[in-house]
Design a protein around this ligand. Structure first.
Ligand SMILES: Cc1ncc(COP(=O)(O)O)c(C=O)c1O
Length: 404
C-alpha cells in the first residue's frame, strides 16, 4: 500500500490530466528524428515542414555552428563540473560574453544556463524593499515569475502596465516618486503577437522618471535590425538600453543558454550575488562554442537577416491573399487568428496531417476568441517550403470554413 500523501497527489494529477484531455488542451509531444531545419522527419509522420520553431536564422543545423560545438566539446570536455565561482568558468565563457556584449551594444554580458535563469536572476538580485519593478502586461512568463520571486523575497513594489501603453507606464512611474530604484521590463518582441516594443517611447518615459529599462530580446536577437543586433538596432538606438537579456536558444544556434548584458558593474554584481550563478552549473562549453560561432556567423552574414525579413514578408502577404487574417507586423512571428481554441487546435492537427507543423494557441494563453496558429518563419525556409505550407493552409482553411 502506498502512503496516503502519494495517493492524494497521484489522484490530483490524474484528475487534472484527464481534464486537460477532455478540454482538448493536453499537449502531445511530437518527436523529431533529425536536427531542427525547415524540413525534418517526425516520428510516425515522415518528412514535415516546421513552421513553429525559433530557429530564425537556420543556425541549428549550420555545419559551422555544429563544428564549433564539437570543437569546444573536444577542447573543454563534456561538463563544467560545478558552478562558476568554484570551478566552472572556462576561457570560452569569457570570449562568448565579450562577443555577446559587442553584439547587443553593452559594456559587458554574463551568460546563464537559460534566459529563464537570466530573467529570474535580475529583479530579485538587484532590488530591495525601497524599489519598484513594472512589467508590460504581455511579457514572457519568465519575467512574470521573476517579478513574483522578487516581490516575495525582497518586498519590492511591483506593478503591471497595459501592453505597450506608455501613458499607463508614465502614470505608474509618476506615482512612484518615493521609490529608490525603478526598473521597467519589456519584451523586445512579444512572442504571441510578434509585436515590437516601442523602444523610443519606453526610453523617453523611463528617462523622464529616472527609471532603468530592461529589454528581453529573446525573439529579437538575430532577428531585428539590419544586422540582427536586436530591438535597439531596429530603432537606431544601439547602446541606449540599460539592460538587455536574451536567449542563445532561438536565433543564436538554438541550443540553450541566455545572458544579461549591461554595465561591467552590473554583470560583476550578478556574478557575485545572483543565485542561478552561485548555485547552478555554468553553460556547457559545447553550447558556449556553438553560440559564439553563431555570433560570428551573424556578424559575417547580414544577408541571413535580410532573407529572414523577406521570407516573413512574403509569407504574411501570401496568407492574407489566401483570405487568412495574419496579425500585421514586421517580425517572423506571424499569428493567424482563427477565433475559438478548438478551431486552432483542429487546424493545427489538420495541418500536421498535411505535413506542416504549426502550433495552435488558445485561451488562456491568448485572450478568449483570439485563438491562433503561430507561424514562425526562418531564413532557412526556401520559397518551395513556404509555398507548400501555404497550399496546406489554403486546403485546411477551406475545409474548416476559416477561408472561402
Ligand atoms: C521573451 C522570452 N524570454 C525568455 C525566454 C526563455 O528563454 P530560454 O529558453 O533561454 O530559457 C523565452 C523563451 O520562450 C522568451 O520567449
Amino acid at each position: 500500500m502506498r502512503p496516503t500523501a502519494t495517493n492524494a497527489l497521484e489522484a490530483r494529477v490524474g484528475t487534472q490530466l484527464a481534464e486537460f484531455r477532455e478540454q482538448a488542451i493536453y499537449k502531445r509531444l511530437n518527436y523529431l528524428e533529425g536536427p531542427q531545419a525547415p524540413r525534418v522527419r517526425m516520428e510516425g509522420r515522415g518528412e514535415i515542414i516546421i513552421l513553429s520553431s525559433n530557429n530564425y536564422l537556420g543556425l541549428c543545423a549550420e555545419p559551422e555552428i555544429i563544428a564549433a560545438g564539437k570543437e569546444a566539446l573536444d577542447r573543454y570536455g563534456a561538463g563544467t563540473a560545478s558552478v562558476r565561482f568554484i570551478c566552472g568558468t572556462f576561457t570560452i565563457h569569457r570570449e562568448l560574453e565579450a562577443a555577446l556584449a559587442r553584439l547587443v551594444g553593452t559594456e559587458a554580458s554574463l551568460s546563464f544556463g537559460s534566459c529563464w535563469n537570466a530573467n529570474e536572476a535580475l529583479p530579485v538580485t538587484l532590488l530591495n524593499e525601497h524599489d519598484l519593478v513594472l512589467s508590460d502586461q504581455l511579457n514572457h512568463a519568465s519575467i512574470i515569475d521573476a517579478i513574483r520571486l522578487a516581490k516575495a523575497i525582497t518586498k519590492c513594489q511591483t506593478g503591471v502596465f497595459e501592453h505597450k501603453n506608455l501613458q499607463d507606464l508614465d502614470t505608474r512611474l509618476a506615482a512612484a516618486k518615493d521609490r529608490q530604484v525603478k526598473l521597467v521590463i519589456s519584451d523586445g518582441v512579444f512572442s504571441m503577437e510578434g509585436a515590437i516594443a516601442d523602444l523610443p517611447g519606453l526610453l523617453e518615459v523611463c528617462r523622464k522618471h529616472g527609471a532603468l529599462l530592461v529589454v528581453d530580446d529573446s525573439h529579437a536577437t538575430g532577428v531585428l535590425g539590419p544586422t540582427g543586433r536586436g530591438t535597439a538596432e531596429h530603432f537606431g538606438m544601439l547602446g541606449e538600453v540599460d539592460i538587455v537579456t536574451s536567449t542563445l536558444g532561438k536565433a543564436l544556434g538554438g541550443a540553450a543558454g541566455g545572458f544579461v548584458a549591461g554595465s561591467e558593474a552590473l554583470c560583476d554584481y550578478l556574478t557575485q550575488r545572483s543565485r542561478p550563478q552561485l548555485f547552478s552549473n555554468a553553460l556547457p562549453c559545447t553550447v558556449a562554442g556553438s553560440a559564439m560561432a553563431s555570433v560570428h556567423y551573424l556578424e559575417a552574414h547580414p544577408e541571413r537577416v535580410a532573407r529572414l525579413r523577406d521570407n516573413a514578408r512574403y509569407f504574411r502577404r501570401q496568407l492574407a491573399e489566401l483570405g487568412f487574417k495574419p496579425l500585421a507586423g514586421e517580425t517572423p512571428i506571424i499569428p493567424v487568428i482563427v477565433g475559438e481554441t478548438s478551431a486552432a487546435i483542429r487546424m493545427s492537427e489538420l495541418l500536421l496531417e498535411e505535413g506542416v507543423f504549426v502550433t495552435g494557441f488558445g485561451y488562456p494563453v491568448v485572450p478568449q476568441g483570439t485563438a491562433r496558429l503561430r507561424c514562425q518563419i526562418s531564413a532557412a525556409h526556401s520559397r518551395q517550403d513556404l509555398d507548400e505550407a501555404l497550399t496546406a493552409f489554403s486546403r485546411v482553411g477551406r475545409k474548416l470554413g476559416v477561408v472561402s
